[in-house]
Ligand binder design. Structure first.
Ligand code: NAD
Length: 376
């Protein structure tokens, strides 16, 4: 049976969530909420839903809600996640929250703690790896076709340049030097961690180009970050927010290489290419550094170019996990996963503030499992 859903935060992203739930057989969307009355009313009228202007009223009027989907924004696109998420979890509801978990890592830690205490699902919309290319890449890894991980290279951000720059307006981002880091890095860090595991060391250089400086725009928009994974592999993340145009791989590229093969995802949802490691005859050497793959590359092109297609896929995965009552710690893209990405973001900030020093990210809360559901 479909689960009853209420959404709080009815603007651009909230409306994408509405469409996803309306088209998902696992969701029974019944209520929408926004502090700005017209925004809630408009969506409610369009889809014959109940409109609310406070979460308190939405919860009181719909005691049988199973899931509260939090698509509010706030400063740095995240200061209005904590309160509604905490209020909904406190009321015993499962929560899906937009990224970042919060624009404050202490709040994010409390959110993960409360979800564990209340034994409710806390998921985060880390939609970037709920794609056919990511599934295919994961298959390569699970089938042993990548082998021991060696390196991970990730570029993600907005492609643009000096000519298209518009100094930011509005209170969400203006005056916040770390807004790009806090609002955006959850995506690339969660993708890197999904494929390569926990990160133990971070070192970052962070800056912004001259055109931002001359416009008195304080937002640090270019991030160059070295990481070491717990499994010993090394990684590199380059993220920038419209300062330059990305070349190979487009706005979103991820290359993960191992001892048995390499994959590269381009433009998030569009394409994945796999190169099996070459035979001895085809391997690169000092004499012939190029070498080459005897059986590759193998290209899987999805034909999907719309990034928006990631939203219904991720939301469906959340609804599926909640419907199937998976163990709390097995929820895909759960609160702890989103917290990991934020801890790495805070390590980037710390590294920057220390002039590029190497930083160990704050440890994650341990996973104990629920004794009531652990198998013998
Ligand atoms: N996953 C992705 O790919 C992706 C992409 C873009 C943005 N986002 C995230 O989605 C979120 C929403 O983005 P947006 O651009 O739609 O934000 P927005 O600020 O334009 O809209 C948020 C809406 O929530 C309402 N709101 C805020 N606090 C509220 C509260 N306490 N109670 C009721 N309503 C409240 C506001 O009135 C507003 O209508 C942000 O956190 C952003 O980081 C995610």
């Amino acid at each position: 049976m479909a689960l009853k859903v209420g959404i709080i935060g009815m603007r651009g992203i909230g409306n994408q969530h509405v469409d996803a739930h309306m088209n998902d057989e696992l969701s029974d969307l019944v209520a929408v909420c926004d502090v700005v009355k017209e925004r809630a009313d408009e969506v409610a009228e369009k889809h014959s839903l109940k409109a609310y202007y406070s979460l308190k009223d939405m919860l009181a009027d719909n005691p049988d809600l199973d899931v509260v989907d939090v698509t509010t924004g706030g400063f740095e696109n995240g200061s209005w996640h904590y309160e509604p998420a905490m209020e909904a979890m406190d009321a015993g509801k499962h929560v899906l929250v937009e990224k970042p978990l919060s624009n404050d890592v202490n709040e994010a830690r409390q959110m993960v703690k409360l979800a564990a205490e209340k034994k409710v699902y806390l998921g985060c919309n880390l939609n970037h790896y709920f794609t056919p290319p990511a599934e295919k890449a994961r298959e390569y890894m699970d089938e042993g076709k990548i082998g021991e991980l060696v390196y991970c290279l990730h570029k993600m951000g907005f492609s643009a340049g000096e000519a298209t720059y518009q100094p930011p307006t509005g209170s969400r981002l203006v005056g916040f030097p770390y807004a790009h880091l806090k609002a955006f890095l959850s995506h690339p860090f969660s993708v890197m961690r999904y494929f390569c595991g926990d990160v133990t060391h971070i070192q970052a250089f962070v800056d912004r180009p001259g055109f931002r400086k001359s416009a008195s725009d304080v937002m640090l928009s270019t991030v160059s970050c070295n990481v070491r994974f717990a499994n010993g592999a090394v990684g590199y993340l380059l993220s920038q927010r419209g300062d330059a145009t990305y070349g190979l791989g487009g706005w979103w590229s991820l290359e993960v290489a191992g001892t048995k093969g390499t994959f590269c995802i381009e433009n998030c949802i569009e394409k994945v290419t796999y190169w099996p490691a070459p035979s001895p005859e085809a391997a690169g050497s000092a004499e012939n550094p190029t070498g080459g793959s005897d059986a590759g590359p193998i290209v899987t092109d999805t034909g999907i170019t719309d990034f928006g297609a990631t939203f219904p896929r991720r939301i469906h995965a959340f609804m599926e996990d909640v419907s199937n009552k998976v163990p709390l710690e097995s929820l895909r893209a759960n609160g702890r996963d989103a917290l990991a990405a934020l801890e790495y973001t805070w390590a980037v900030i710390e590294s920057y503030e220390q002039g590029g020093a190497m930083v160990r990210p704050h440890p994650l809360p341990p996973v104990h499992g629920d004794p009531a559901t652990l198998l013998e």
